[in-house]
Write a protein that binds this ligand. Structure first.
Ligand code: ADP
Ligand code: 5GP
Length: 200
């Protein structure tokens, strides 16, 4: 059985990761979203076990101690982590998995799983980034300033990814990611079985 693709999408807050990933998941029913755990409070409309597993700090700490995360990071004062067990099982079953995580977490995954597909999503400009975060209406002025301050630094980390995808239009960003995934599925190192059959 061929391992599934571990697809990692990151980008500064407000770039449109959530929006693009939802559209991508809709267009690719075979891609499964990895639900992260977090200690932040749910936003309006967010549901436990759907958007995140909402944990207390104690519960999160316990999960760290048990080795339950592929990676975890502190982002804007809250903890976020990728639960390990389900991902391992599903990749082994050939299921493609999508992680939408911050750059600190993605760098850890690059070390542990270099065969992953690392995609950095960028906004057309920093002005547009600010407009998007304001337009979303979920942040206080303080949290907005913090996210914008972090954005420039985070975008620099994007140079360490394999792919950069511009999110000018959601449809175009989705199409670019679909093209990346198609190409990744065609990589020689993921298809040694083809050679084994043809060279017999
Ligand atoms: P992130 O998950 O990266 O923090 P969101 O998906 O919450 O970002 O998007 C931030 C805001 O920008 C939302 O209001 C969303 O509707 C908007 N947005 C996302 N992508 C685009 C785009 N390509 N063009 C215009 N607005 C966008
Ligand atoms: P938000 O609070 O807006 O949902 O997410 C804040 C940031 O945390 C985003 O950059 C998001 O990608 C990141 N994030 C979400 N889940 C995880 C995770 O499991 N691990 C890490 N490292 N970051 C995460």
């Amino acid at each position: 059985m061929k391992q599934g693709l571990l697809v990692v999408v990151s980008g500064a807050s407000g770039t449109g990761k959530g929006t693009v990933c939802s559209a991508l998941l809709e267009s690719l029913p075979d891609l499964a979203y990895s639900i992260s755990a977090t200690t932040r409070l749910p936003r309006d409309g967010e549901k436990d076990g759907v958007n995140y597993y909402f944990l207390s700090r104690e519960e999160f700490r316990e999960m760290i101690d048990e080795g339950g995360f592929l990676e975890w990071a502190e982002v804007y004062g809250n903890y976020y982590g990728t639960p390990l067990k389900k991902i391992q099982e599903r990749l082994a079953e050939g299921q493609d998995i999508l992680l939408e995580i911050d750059t600190q977490g993605a760098l850890k995954v690059m070390e542990k799983c270099p065969e992953g597909v690392f995609i950095f999503l960028v906004p057309p400009s920093l002005e547009e980034l600010e407009r998007r975060i304001r337009g979303r209406g979920t942040e206080t002025e303080e949290s907005l300033a913090r996210r914008l301050g972090a954005a420039r630094e985070e975008i620099g980390i994007g140079r360490r990814y394999r792919y950069v995808v511009m999110n000018d239009k959601v449809d175009l960003a989705v199409e670019r990611i679909r093209a990346v995934l198609m190409a990744e599925r065609c990589r020689v190192e993921r298809n040694t079985d083809i050679f084994e059959v043809l060279e017999k």
